[in-house]
Design a protein around this ligand. Structure first.
Ligand code: CTP
Length: 426
């Protein structure tokens, strides 16, 4: 988790985050959360409950946010503090949200600054539960969570399953890590039409075609480009399914990941996820060939030289043509080592795509196993847009900006003609 890059700055600059901290041992992680949010450019107002102060001091938060940390409903000279904080907040996060805090919030109690503020705010509220797993599983806590999860504008993020405090056995109740909470807050700030709740399907990574139990035919795809797209679409509010070949990457936060190995497994997973998908982005580097035979035991070296007979894998993208959701935006990638625009243009037509993202892996900073990419976007109307060398996260954002006006259009005729894509304000 620690290696995941922080959300890009865009949604954070000058946004007001109220971070409510209730009294649980996970409160120590909230200091890091406050620090991360501040580093991203947000203005973080921390509100501690009286029991939170048993675990962590207001001073710790003030040191990382550069702002006063609030503790009392009745602070001298500011009797409307709860209303001011509630009104100014762009998003309210409670981390950790203890069993007691959840009970209070579910029932509308307003006995202190934090719970009062929860009633007074119209901003989205993200609750990050953290407690002992017996307390989490308790029927009353579950009932409270159910009420809160259904409440408009509320999101319950977590808990994760893992080691508990006080030497208890593992179970659900660990607060999400600060990096994951940042992602959920970023999404609460940035989500909006047309992405909110939109089913998006992304493929990523290589496929591996087994030769014997230890060897395979594959390629050098790292999956980074597809993962960046999946994460970026989720951040905009989409419901993302990521079908991934074998990679070393963590699942993007919030994304439903299906891990497959071979092209045929990927094809089956795509066929299952395709119905209802409104945007389909096929970034996977699918192996075009597989060994005609897979040996059940390891091939011994004393058999060499020997030949490997390869047979063609299905073209997953072409196969989707029959079952695409009408009006879905379908985007492919084209990996070309020559005649980039001509070859990618041909794939755009052959595979009946709305958009194709072409790149040459031999170009410096492009292709496999690097954090950057230089791509050219081609659409059905013959528009070609060359993007500069960008981080894969930024390429993902630019690609989604380009797709955005196509969503909801029911045919090529009603799609945007060339022109600059509408850029998002956050
Ligand atoms: N693709 C696919 N199934 C395959 C091969 C490719 O779904 N068996 C998809 C890729 O995910 C990508 C697009 O098709 O979105 C183009 O992939 P690419 O490897 O560039 O092209 P190919 O169709 O394999 O053509 P070639 O290798 O001959 O250039």
């Amino acid at each position: 988790m620690a290696s995941r890059p922080l959300t890009p700055r865009r949604p954070w600059e000058d946004r007001r985050v109220v971070l409510g901290v209730a009294g649980g041992i996970a409160a120590y992680k909230s200091v890091e959360l406050a620090r991360n949010l501040t580093r991203l450019g947000a203005q973080v107002d921390v509100v501690l409950t009286s029991s939170a102060k048993e675990f962590v001091t207001p001073l710790s938060f003030e040191a990382v946010t550069g702002r006063a940390a609030h503790q009392s409903l009745f602070s001298a000279g500011d009797s409307a503090l709860h209303i001011r904080l509630a009104r100014e907040a762009d998003v309210v996060c409670v981390a950790p949200a203890t069993a007691n805090l959840l009970a209070e919030a579910a029932h509308g109690f307003a006995g202190d600054l934090l719970t009062t503020l929860l009633l007074a705010t119209e901003a989205p509220v993200v609750l990050c539960p953290a407690m002992n797993h017996h307390m989490f599983r308790h029927v009353q806590t579950q009932a409270n969570l159910e009420v809160l999860a259904r409440r408009p504008g509320y999101l319950v993020a977590g808990p994760a399953t893992g080691a508990m405090a006080y030497g208890e056995e593992e179970g659900p109740g660990r607060m999400l890590e600060p990096e994951e909470i940042v992602e959920h807050l970023g999404r609460a700030l940035a989500a909006g039409p047309p992405w909110s709740g939109l089913p998006v399907l992304v493929t990523a990574g290589p496929t591996r075609e087994p030769l014997d139990p230890v060897r395979f035919v594959g390629n050098r795809s790292s999956g980074r480009m597809g993962y960046a797209i999946a994460q970026a679409a989720w951040r905009r509010g989409a419901a993302v399914t990521l079908i991934s070949g074998p990679t070393a990457l963590d699942a993007p936060v919030g994304v439903e990941r299906v891990v497959v190995e071979t092209a045929r497994e990927m094809q089956a997973a795509v066929a299952k996820a395709l119905p209802g998908s409104r945007v389909v982005i096929m970034a996977a580097a699918v192996a075009d060939f597989r060994p005609a035979a897979t040996e059940a035991s390891k091939i011994k070296r004393n058999g060499a030289p020997f030949e490997i007979v390869l047979e063609a894998n299905p073209d997953i993208l072409v196969e989707t043509r029959r079952s695409r959701t009408p009006g879905a935006v379908v985007v492919g990638f084209a990996l070309e080592t020559g005649d980039l625009v001509t070859n990618a243009g041909a794939k755009l037509k052959d595979k009946a795509l709305d958009l194709i993202v072409a790149n040459d892996p031999r170009e410096e900073g492009s292709g496999f196993e690097v954090e950057t990419n230089r791509v050219t976007l081609l659409d059905q109307e013959g528009n070609t847009e060359e993007l500069p060398l960008l981080s894969k996260a930024e390429v993902a954002e630019r690609l989604l900006d380009r797709i955005e006006p196509m969503i909801g259009a029911t045919g090529a005729a009603s799609r945007t003609k060339g022109g600059r894509p509408r850029s998002r304000s956050r």
